[in-house]
Design a binder for this molecule. Structure first.
Ligand code: DP6
Length: 331
């Protein structure tokens, strides 16, 4: 019996307190918790169908040719977990579209595995809770565990060896605090070192890694409180320092990993100056050269102007806070 095709939409999330390090590689358990916001406008849309006469999985990414190599391997091993749970043996057809640049540090693996978790479990006839979906998505990509939920989300490190307590949870809904996010692209190419590889290399070789890990718990507390009390200044400070410390850890690896380009650095200086001059904004940067700028709705048009006026910002995406991953009707 073929199963019904199921389509899910998931949005990327941006970590304000970063995840950078693993306590278990095979189960993909994070070494620390993290805290993020899920964005609205950018999205991944994925359809999954299990086909009885299929012995293998096929994957179509952004309407391109059938995917192979590492991309397909990651999806196949993820689907194996779903098949095991649902007692299915057949292959699946997966169609996925990213409505933003793939692999450019815009966290497409987060929305990608969150959408896949929701669509594949539904297609397999499973009814999982948000927590179970988050745990499952984590095994595809750590940050995907957070995209299961909307608004402000905290990922728990957990302490259990089997990873049963390593899942994300929503801490405030999107309408708790109207923040805006501008994603400033500063490069058009694919990133050189993916986050998984960069994180593992940092963990193995950076003398700063233990110090980084030690700071995260306190940052989580500060960020949680700042979100609860809508304290923009406090959130700005903790988010920028979490970002800079994560990059300092990666820079100290051997050889050092430098995700930034000249435009990234120049933007940091410009944004800090604007903040000193009273504009409510802060930046964060992930495993790539792009800069994500958060601001209040009141500051948004000035921030857009500041970014749009620059030659080194190649593309600008505007986003607000959005919902968690969910099933949609039709493709
Ligand atoms: C810099 O979730 O992509 O974006 O679990 O190995 O798939 P894997 O890593 P991934 O790492 C995200 C790293 C980051 C920071 C963050 O999103 O917290």
């Amino acid at each position: 019996m073929n199963t019904m095709p199921s389509t899910a939409v998931a949005h990327p999330n941006i970590a304000l307190v970063k995840y950078w390090g693993k306590r278990h590689i095979d189960l993909n358990l994070p070494a620390t918790g993290s805290l993020s916001v899920t964005l609205e406008e950018l999205e991944t849309r994925t359809t999954v169908e299990f086909l009885e006469d299929r012995g293998h999985d096929t994957l179509h990414l952004d309407g391109g040719p059938v995917a192979s190599g590492r991309e397909l391997d990651r999806v196949e091993s993820f689907l194996d977990r779903v098949r095991e749970r649902a007692d299915l043996e057949c292959g699946a057809h997966v169609e996925t579209h990213n409505h933003f640049p793939t692999g450019a540090g815009l966290a497409s693996s987060a929305s990608g595995f969150a959408a896949l978790a929701v669509a594949a479990t539904r297609a397999a006839g499973l009814e999982l809770s948000g927590r179970e979906l988050s745990r499952l998505a984590r095994q595809g990509s750590g940050s995907a565990a957070r995209s299961i939920f909307g608004g402000f989300v905290e990922m728990h490190r957990g302490t259990a060896e089997d990873g049963s307590d390593a899942y994300a949870e929503p801490i405030a809904s999107p309408d708790h605090w109207d923040l805006r996010c501008l994603v400033a692209e500063t490069d058009t190419g694919q990133k050189e070192i993916g986050s998984t590889e960069g994180m593992l290399h940092t963990e193995r070789t950076s003398p700063y890694h233990d110090a980084w890990i030690e700071t995260v718990e306190r940052d989580l507390e500060t960020a949680r409180d700042a979100v609860e009390s809508r304290d923009f200044e406090a959130l700005a400070e903790v988010a920028e320092s979490s970002c800079l410390r994560m990059h300092a850890d990666a820079l100290a690896a051997d050889p050092g990993i430098l995700y930034w380009n000249g435009a990234t650095v120049s933007l940091i200086h410009r944004l800090r100056e604007a903040r000193r001059n009273g504009l409510d904004l802060f930046f964060t940067i992930d495993a790539g050269p792009h800069v994500k700028v958060f601001c209040t709705p009141e500051a948004e048009s000035d921030v857009i102007q500041l970014l749009a006026d620059r030659d080194d910002v190649l593309n600008l995406h505007e986003a607000s806070l959005g919902p968690g991953a969910h099933i949609v009707e039709g493709m």
